[in-house]
Design a protein around this ligand. Structure first.
Ligand SMILES: Nc1nc2c(ncn2[C@@H]2O[C@H](COP(=O)(O)OP(=O)(O)OP(=O)(O)O)[C@@H](O)[C@H]2O)c(=O)[nH]1
Ligand SMILES: [Mg+2]
Length: 340
């Protein structure tokens, strides 16, 4: 049976592994049990390390806790040595902080330090401790999709969908700069590149280089990949991911697209605050702008498709694999790349 190779590329935290794990849910046997067990401790570490990160940032913004209960909770969290042991005291301390105004004020500044996107959702889930996060807790599939860990090395898995008539080999790579040199051996014979972009990161800098804007890095990486000789026979699907976070940043937090000063051509957000219809229009314009910016990086856009999604939502990912199916069928029929 023919094989169809799909390479997931993109900067770190764009959502490649989330998409890879969604493929396991949508097309495979779900999470392997040993991976689910490992993810449990990663999720606990995500909760604890996230709380510590926010507390560390308190110094950066010169914030202190006015409520003595919050101050004791902060001391307890900062003094917790292990990041894999979520005791009852520690869980309660994190919830106390999460309900504290001063802690929330630091959290509101999260674009200025390195905190995983869904930490707030994990903190909310912790309210159910010990049913969530306790000694007998087993993470759900949704929990696993929110797990944050940098991929180190390459992961591959083969999937079979009978209507596609091919075996799909999906390859997930690490997006940190230090990981990218490991990508080269996988460039050979790629049928489809899914380039994952976190479109919510326009106001953040890289974890590995605090002087570099994340969106700028993604644009430059896309330019390199889309115009490379090795990719000249591959289809490219750009996945604009984390549209839920983009929506929150633009429409709730009102963070301008050009807050970094690097994107003067981006649509400006004014005058929609009390008008939901205008707000939706602004969001569509913003996504259109991302579209234009990325396609402008590419010398030949004939074989480039764009999809917008939140990879944590399984039904949206299903739609992405429907488009992938169309690309595969097109190739099966015509032996050619996908032409719009
Ligand atoms: N809210 C939200 N969170 C997302 C979305 N996609 C991914 N995430 C979260 O973003 C974080 C990073 O996602 P990953 O899939 O690990 O990113 P990656 O591209 O594999 O990162 P590296 O392995 O470092 O290259 C995880 O905590 C995910 O749960 C999304 O669409 N919306
Ligand atoms: Mg990854």
């Amino acid at each position: 049976m023919n094989k169809f190779r799909i390479l997931l590329l993109g900067t770190s935290e764009s959502g490649k592994t989330t998409l890879f794990n969604q493929a396991r849910i949508v097309m495979g046997a779900g999470y392997p049990p040993e991976l689910a067990a490992r993810m449990r401790s990663v999720l606990i570490a995500n909760v604890i390390v996230g709380a510590k990160t926010i507390l560390d940032a308190a110094d950066m913004f010169d914030r202190t806790f006015t409520d003595p209960q919050a101050q004791s909770a902060a001391d307890l969290v900062l003094n917790a040595e292990a990041t894999n042991d979520l005791s009852e005291d520690l869980a309660h301390a994190i919830i106390t902080l999460w309900d504290d105004e001063d802690f929330r004020a630091i959290w509101d500044q999260r674009s200025n330090f390195q905190l995983q996107d869904d930490w707030d959702e994990l903190a909310e889930k912790l309210r159910a401790y010990p049913a969530w996060g306790g000694p007998d807790w087993t993470p759900s599939q949704e929990d696993l999709l929110q797990c944050r860990t940098h991929s180190i090395g390459i992961e591959e898995e083969e999937f079979l969908r009978s209507k596609w008539g091919v075996k799909v080999r999906l390859i997930d790579v690490g997006g940190l700069r230090g990981e990218r040199r490991k990508w080269t051996p996988y460039f050979e014979g790629v049928d489809l590149i899914i380039f994952v972009v976190s479109i919510s990161e326009y106001d953040q800098v890289l974890a590995e280089d605090q002087t570099k804007n994340r969106l700028q890095e993604s644009l430059e990486l896309f330019n390199e990949i889309a115009n490379a000789k090795w990719s000249s026979k591959s289809n490219i699907l750009i996945l604009f991911n984390k549209v839920d976070v983009l929506r929150d940043k633009l429409l709730s937090q009102h963070i301008p697209l050009n807050v970094s000063g690097l994107f003067a051509d981006a649509p400006k957000c004014n005058g929609y605050q009390n008008d939901p219809e205008k707000a939706e229009r602004f969001l569509s314009n913003a996504i259109r702008w991302f579209h234009t910016r990325f396609l402008a990086e590419c010398r030949d856009t004939k074989f480039v498709l764009v999809q917008v999604a939140s990879a944590v939502h399984t039904e949206q990912v299903d739609n992405i694999f429907r488009v992938v199916g169309e690309i595969i069928l097109r190739r099966n029929l015509h032996g050619s790349r996908y032409l719009r």
